[in-house]
Design a protein around this ligand. Sequence first.
Ligand code: GLY
Length: 340
Amino acid sequence: MKNLTIEISGQPSHYDIVFEETLVSLDKSLKAQIKRRNYLVVTDRNIYEKSPFFRLNDFKNHLLVLPPGESEKKWETVVKILDKAFELDLDRQSVFVAISGGVYGDMVGFASAVFMRGVPFIQVPTSLLAMVDSSVGGKTGFDCAQGKNLIGAFHQPEKVLCAADFLKTLPHEELKNGFCEMVKHGIVADEIHFKSLESMPSLTVKTIMPLIRDSIAIKQKIVEQDEKEAGIRGYLNLGHTFGHAIEQLSDFKIPHGQAVAMGCVMAAEFAYKKEISSAELVAVIRAIFEKFEIGVDCEFSQTAIFKAMRHDKKKKDGHIRLILPEAIGRVRYYEMADEL
Ligand code: GLY
C-alpha cells in the first residue's frame, strides 16, 4: 500500500503514514526511524504477551510494559512513562515510541509533548481504531475524573508505522471498535467509503484491510486543513459527545467503538427530530452497525446522557456543540440550547 503524507496547513514539517507488509519489515523500519537516538518504547501487557512482534525485538531495557485498559489512561500512568524516560537518560534528541492501541498512543504522545518541553514520537498502532483514528492527527492526552481526554496537547508524531499483521492477534471486539470509527469517517465525509464498508460480506481482517488506507485518507484531508479543531476537524467528533457520555455511564463497560456507534445513531435520530435529516438516514446508519452485530440501543435515559455530556470539550460559549448528519457524507454543527 502506498504511503500517505500528512501536511498540516501552516506548518513546515510533514510526516508519513507507512503501511508495512509484515512485522519483520515493521521492525526494520522502526529501527531505521529511531536511528542512533536514545529511545523509550511503551506498550501494554496484552500486546506484549499476544503479539509476535516482541519476539522479533524485545528492545531490552528500553521497553516499558504497562497494564492495559482505559482505566489506566490517567496522569499517574503518564508519570510512570516520564519516570522511565528520565531513568533511561532520554534527552531532547531522544524519541518516544508507542506500540499500542489508542490508550497508550495518546499517553505516550502526551508524555513526549511535555518531556523537556517536547520531543519527537513515533506511533506504531496495534489496533484498528488506533490505525484509522487515534494515531493520526496529533491529539494526545489522558482522562480525568471529569471526563475522557480532557487533559492533553496537540503534538504530531514524526512517523506512523502501520502493520495490519497486528490485527491478526486482536479479539473480534477490537475489529468492531475500529470499524465504528471507519463508518463514522464515511458518514462525515465520504459516501463511497460508507458504501464499501456497508457492502462487506463480513467483518474480518481480510475484508477490512483494503479499506484502512481510504479511511485514514479521509481523516488526513480534514486534519491537514484544521489541525487544532477550529472548524471542520470537529466533524470527526460525530457520535462522540453522546458516545463519551455513554462510555462513562456504563463505567467503560461499553467499548468506545460501540459507544460511538450508539452516538452516531442518536445524532441521526436527533437530526431527524430537528428536521435536519430523514428517517431513512437513521435507518441506514442503524443498519450498517447491526449488519456487523454492533448493538446500537442503549439502556440509559436521554436525561442521564445529556447530564453526563456537560463536561464535553465540544462546547462553544457554554453550549454543547453536536455534530449532526444531514446525509451520508455530509454533517453540520448544531448548538444545543434548551435541551440540557
Ligand atoms: N478522533 C478525532 C480527531 O482526531 O479529531
